[in-house]
Design a protein around this ligand. Structure first.
Ligand SMILES: C[S@@+](CC[C@H](N)C(=O)[O-])C[C@H]1O[C@@H](n2cnc3c(N)ncnc32)[C@H](O)[C@@H]1O
Length: 284
């Protein structure tokens, strides 16, 4: 297959009427959705371990700031993107393969008056069709787990970054104990889950043209010890996964405690590619 399987991705992650479901769930939890803020939305639009504080941690690690042009790959409903725009002054393009997320993301962004700073597009992380545009930062949070071809994924990130640009990532990776126990948030079984160990991931990303600036194991910090509390009805995890989220949380806790999955936040700089390395190869 050339790129990712869009139909399978949409079938797994996508849900109809997501904006309505999110607003109804927030209203039922006591939020006044007529005066919705980024913080009100956070439980329902930051679809990764650690929520909004993990997004802010990674943004601080990458030293994001005013006017930076960010491409958020697999950016989902745009919760992280709206945080980068409002808290860090970035201009963000969100790319995601799940159409219902892009639709809900667009309307949530407009509702918060951020359409001039955050845009949403349907697109495949393996194709990165951004019309030749380059970015200061490629941002990606909990989005590569379904993608086996990591070499191609990270080579694509290097291609759309300006030299010296940054890759900021948060990814679950394979821990020292295997196998992973299922279900996990991104897969019902091993057929759709493609995690590699941190050392291997680091090598793949470096080989794609990056130099590590920061590489933090944030498993304990971002996920923390499980409190055993169920995901609330207005969490994006329950809105999307329904009651399946309870089994996901149980195996998630074991995966963490037994060292089967670790969470990494990393910032890497795209190396300058010397002219000789860019020159087309001639044969003979
Ligand atoms: C757990 S959600 C994370 C969303 C977002 N990064 C966040 O943290 O809120 C995983 C996301 O990866 C997206 N995704 C999976 N495979 C993709 C691909 N090949 N190209 C683009 N997006 C993809 C899904 O559509 C989904 O939005």
């Amino acid at each position: 297959m050339d790129g990712s399987d869009a139909r399978a991705t949409n079938a797994y992650w996508g849900r109809d009427g997501l904006e309505r479901r999110i607003l109804d769930a927030l209203a039922a939890a006591g939020t006044n959705v007529d005066t919705l803020t980024i913080d009100d939305l956070a439980p329902a639009d930051q679809f990764h371990s650690g929520g909004k504080s993990a997004t802010e941690r990674l943004a601080r690690l990458a030293r994001l700031g005013d006017g930076m042009r960010v491409l958020d790959v697999g950016g989902g409903l745009g919760g992280p993107a709206r945080t980068l725009a409002t808290r860090f002054g970035c201009r963000v393009t969100v790319l995601d393969l799940t159409e219902s997320y892009v639709r809900a993301g667009l309307t949530l962004t407009a509702r918060l008056g951020l359409a001039d700073r955050v845009t949403h597009r349907i697109g495949d992380a393996l194709a990165l069709d951004v019309g030749g545009e380059t970015f200061d930062v490629v941002w990606t949070q909990n989005s590569g787990m379904n993608i086996p071809d990591k070499e191609r994924l990270y080579a694509g990130f290097a291609r759309v970054l300006r030299p010296g640009g940054l890759l900021a990532l948060q990814e679950p990776m394979a821990g020292p104990v295997q196998p992973v126990l299922f279900p996990v948030m991104w897969a019902r079984d091993a057929g759709a889950s493609f995690l590699r160990a941190p050392d291997e991931m680091r090598k793949v990303i470096e080989a794609a043209g990056f130099q590590v600036r920061a590489w933090d194991d944030v498993t304990a910090e971002v996920i923390g010890p499980s409190t055993g509390a169920a995901s609330p009805a207005h969490s994006i995890q329950r809105i999307v996964m329904g009651d399946a989220v309870d089994a996901i949380a149980r195996s998630g806790q074991k995966n963490r405690e037994e060292g089967r999955i670790v969470m990494i936040q990393a910032v890497l700089e795209r190396r300058e590619i010397p002219a000789w390395a860019r020159a087309p190869r001639t044969s003979g």
